[in-house]
Ligand binder design. Structure first.
Ligand SMILES: CC(C)(COP(=O)(O)OP(=O)(O)OC[C@H]1O[C@@H](n2cnc3c(N)ncnc32)[C@H](O)[C@@H]1OP(=O)(O)O)[C@@H](O)C(=O)NCCC(=O)NCCS
Length: 166
């Protein structure tokens, strides 16, 4: 399967919202928030994965004070387990490095094995837990951290994953 990764813009927002509603029916980001992230937030950096011009996934981060904070990651159910999420996160990390970030951080639900495995694969380490972090169900959030983005270990890892796609 082939897909491309492009910066998210307003033309993608309807399809991003369709996916958001399907994926997080109890805790979705409203369309206005995606609009602000793409158009108004100077720290917001968002990408979509496109197949035949359709959005099949998206991911984003806030880049502030040399920190990349990954805010969202979704892949359409029909396209999972093919490396789409990996390619989105690799793109975010490359962008973070380009903009001089030193590390990346994120929160993920404790029960979300798929996402935790994905981040572990990218060498994110578990560094803490936020009790009852998620408003909709009070689930704990696991905090994961990737250090030294400019180091050779991260570069080698990104090169390895890039070879699988693009
Ligand atoms: C988590 C999610 C983004 C993964 O997307 P994906 O495109 O299927 O992931 P990839 O194909 O790139 O998988 C990369 C790695 O992640 C892990 N992984 C992905 N799905 C997995 C699953 N269902 N079970 C266990 N590990 C999984 C594996 O380590 C996989 O590597 P492998 O294929 O070599 O085993 C997707 O399942 C999703 O959108 N879930 C709902 C939203 C969500 O939970 N977002 C994360 C919020 S923090």
């Amino acid at each position: 399967m082939d897909w491309t990764i492009e910066p998210m813009d307003n033309s993608h927002l309807d399809e991003v919202m369709e996916l958001e509603k399907k994926t997080f029916p109890d805790s979705l980001w409203p369309a206005s928030l995606f609009f602000c992230e793409v158009n108004l937030n100077p720290a917001g950096i968002y990408f979509v994965a496109l197949k035949n011009d359709r959005v099949i996934g998206y991911a984003g981060m806030w880049l502030r004070l040399r920190q990349s904070h990954i805010t969202t990651l979704v892949v359409d159910k029909d396209y999972r387990k093919k490396g789409v999420a990996l390619s989105l996160i690799v793109k975010l990390l490359r962008e973070a490095i380009k903009r001089k970030a030193s590390h990346a951080v994120l929160e993920v639900k404790r029960s979300n094995k798929a996402a935790i495995n994905l981040y572990k694969k990218l060498n994110f380490k578990l560094i803490g837990m936020r009790k009852n972090y998620y408003v909709e169900d009070k689930e704990d959030g696991i905090v994961m951290f990737l250090e030294n983005l400019k180091g050779s270990k991260v570069k080698e890892m990104l090169d390895r994953f890039d070879k699988r796609h693009v």
